[in-house]
Design a protein around this ligand. Structure first.
Ligand SMILES: Cc1cc2nc3c(=O)[nH]c(=O)nc-3n(C[C@H](O)[C@H](O)[C@H](O)COP(=O)(O)OP(=O)(O)OC[C@H]3O[C@@H](n4cnc5c(N)ncnc54)[C@H](O)[C@@H]3O)c2cc1C
Length: 334
């Protein structure tokens, strides 16, 4: 059921088996599994999942290679709705561990927003990350190409960049050192851009030179191209660098602030989990991009299945096997 400002009251009285924070690929998958295990779940999602920005999903088994992320999300949401799971568009501000339950405080509505508190026995953190993009004066110019041939993920789109003239847009010296030489697996035609945001050490400059990769430290004015196809960049000095594709590697924002009060084991911004997606808190699970691992749709969807199954096992074991009452020997008194 879609929750709205009008029907929130009653839902705040019940205790869900699980609340899933984030309705992207991972969260929807978890919700589908939870409902099919006959558990009751609520997905809370603020919208614009990372998969929403994915224009073509080239590497997912069984889907046409040009499937847009938003189609995957729409289908997933429809599937979850058909299983009668609850879904709320809202922003989770805080999670409080109350012992037996979690209290999840949510801001609902952008204008005239109200606050609601939902409770559950288990929590699945599926709120993902979002990529930093080159900070240009006109950000619409970046959105025009990001997710098309201006990529953010080498694992996802390295194949798309094979042997193309590729701009590598770095957010730090470490990003250059870690990524550029791996990117050369797909294409050696790499030009590195710092956007004037940081300095590059002499040793790394020398290594780039040894590999023949130009380094451009002049800030970028704008990306060039048309119909979402980036064809190069214009620098602030007016010079133009022709490109066929690009990879942005400027770091990510982790959507984990609502968990700050709970002291979970983290690695950088990611949550550390075991092989069933359990965090260091026995009733909080983490899936998809927010946990340590590979940031891929297929992993997020698989994580959703694991986390829901871990929760089902625990609840099922606590409840025990249900007897077929009519087949039990009659109890006689005296
Ligand atoms: C441009 C682009 C191209 C990509 N291409 C591919 C590809 O080809 N193949 C591939 O496998 N992967 C690709 N990826 C990666 C893929 O999108 C992610 O790995 C995947 O979306 C992770 O799923 P998730 O459920 O963990 O997170 P998301 O899909 O990001 O979902 C998280 C959801 O949680 C919500 N949320 C965050 N904080 C809160 C909060 N406090 N309260 C409520 N909701 C919250 C977010 O708004 C979002 O809707 C691409 C990513 C990008 C950006």
């Amino acid at each position: 059921m879609q929750l709205t400002k009008n029907n929130l009251q009653e839902k705040q009285q019940q205790i869900y088996d699980a609340i899933v924070i984030g309705g992207g690929a991972g969260g929807l998958s978890a919700g589908i599994y939870l409902q099919r295990y006959l558990l009751n779940s609520l997905i809370i999602d603020k919208g614009k999942a990372r998969s929403f920005w994915m224009q073509e999903l080239h590497n997912y088994l069984g889907l046409p290679a040009d499937t847009p992320g938003r189609v995957l999300l729409q289908q997933g949401k429809k599937h979850y709705d058909s299983l009668n799971g609850d879904f709320l568009n809202g922003f989770v501000e805080e999670v409080i561990d109350e012992g037996e339950t979690f209290a999840v405080r949510v801001k609902v509505g952008r204008q005239n927003s109200i606050e609601a508190v939902f409770r559950s026995k288990y929590l699945i953190a599926a709120s993902g990350i979002i990529d930093y993009l080159p900070p240009l004066d006109d950000m619409r110019n970046v959105y025009e190409y990001a997710g098309y041939n201006l990529h953010v993920c080498m694992v996802c789109d390295g194949y798309e960049m094979t042997n193309k003239q590729c701009g590598f847009f770095a957010g730090s010296e470490a990003a250059i050192a870690e990524m550029v030489f791996n990117l050369s697996w797909f294409t050696p035609y790499i030009t590195v851009f710092t956007h004037g945001a940081f300095t590059v050490s002499d040793s790394l400059k020398a290594k780039l030179r040894e590999h023949g990769y130009p380094l451009i430290e002049t800030p970028i004015k704008q990306f060039r191209g048309e119909h979402h196809r980036m064809t190069g960049v214009e620098l602030i000095d007016g010079s133009i660098v022709e490109l066929e594709t690009g990879l942005i590697s400027m770091g990510s924002r982790y959507h984990n602030t609502y968990l700050k009060g709970i002291g979970l084991e983290m690695k950088g911004g990611n949550l550390v989990t075991d092989n069933m997606c359990r965090t260091s808190h026995p009733r909080i699970l983490a899936i998809g991009d927010l946990k340590v691992g590979l940031n891929q749709v297929i992993i997020a969807a698989g994580d959703g299945a694991l986390a829901a199954t871990a929760i089902w096992r625990e609840i099922r074991r606590a409840v025990g096997a249900k007897p077929w009452v009519e087949n039990l020997p009659a109890v006689t008194n005296g």
